[in-house]
Design a protein around this ligand. Structure first.
Ligand code: CDP
Length: 215
């Protein structure tokens, strides 16, 4: 039985950073499931596929020519690591993520990341839909203000422009979309440990997850 730690939570809650560090510490594989939604959105934009065309988007997602290598994300052999993190790509990803056929098309790819010695999976439905039998489930969250500040810092560091007012609006809209959708809505998985990181350092969040897993 291959161990899986799922880390689900709202946008900009720090899941990515925490999940990545936990994976590194344990020598586990890491699945950034949001990147798959972002890659599908980017690919759709480039191919001129409408963001409401569920059938075409599902087709794109089932043959996504992507690779993950040492923290880099490749699409058709092009390094799109920074490009997929752009806010507009995130917004498009969250729009197409409501489409059931598209979500279904990404299931097998996500499940295939479960390999020895183990996996840390980061997303919205890792503990509820993709890995319901996970070894340890975490729901990582933080206040809207804390998340907007983190996202602001992240975007500026990557050389994108950002403003706090727009970010708070974006986060709130995205939270509403992620939680209200009919398929795989964002919510804590049964048995998930709820970790509020509003006033918590990354180090402490990582240690908390490691301690829970070790128990
Ligand atoms: O970085 P951020 O948390 O904003 O986004 P992300 O984790 O990269 O995911 C981008 C979008 O994909 C999210 O806004 C979700 O709507 C969607 N998503 C999802 O529906 N299910 C997942 N397992 C992961 C992401």
């Amino acid at each position: 039985h291959i161990p899986v730690i799922t880390i689900d939570g709202p946008t900009a809650s720090g899941k990515g950073t925490v999940a990545h560090r936990v994976a590194k510490h344990l020598g586990f594989h890491y699945l950034d499931s949001g990147a798959l939604y972002r890659l599908t959105a980017l690919s759709a934009k480039r191919k001129g596929v409408d963001l409401e065309d569920e059938e075409q988007l599902a087709l794109l997602a089932s043959f996504l020519p992507c690779r993950f290598s040492r923290g880099h994300v490749l699409l058709d052999d092009e390094d799109v690591t920074d490009l997929v993190r752009a806010e507009e790509v995130g917004v498009a990803a969250s729009k197409i993520a409501v489409l059931p056929a598209l979500r279904e098309a990404l299931v097998n790819l996500q499940v295939s990341f479960r390999q020895l010695p183990g996996l840390v999976a980061d997303g919205r439905d890792m503990g509820t839909v993709i890995f319901p039998d996970a070894t340890q489930k975490i729901y990582l969250t933080a206040s809207v203000e804390a998340r907007a500040q983190r996202r602001y810092k992240q975007l500026i560091e990557k050389g994108f422009s950002a403003n706090m007012e727009d970010l708070v609006k974006d986060l709130t809209e995205r939270d509403a979309r992620d939680s209200a959708r009919a398929t795989a809505p964002l919510k804590p998985a049964p048995g998930a440990y709820i970790l509020d990181t509003s006033d918590m350092s990354v180090e402490l969040a990582v240690q908390t997850v490691l301690d829970l897993y070790a128990k």
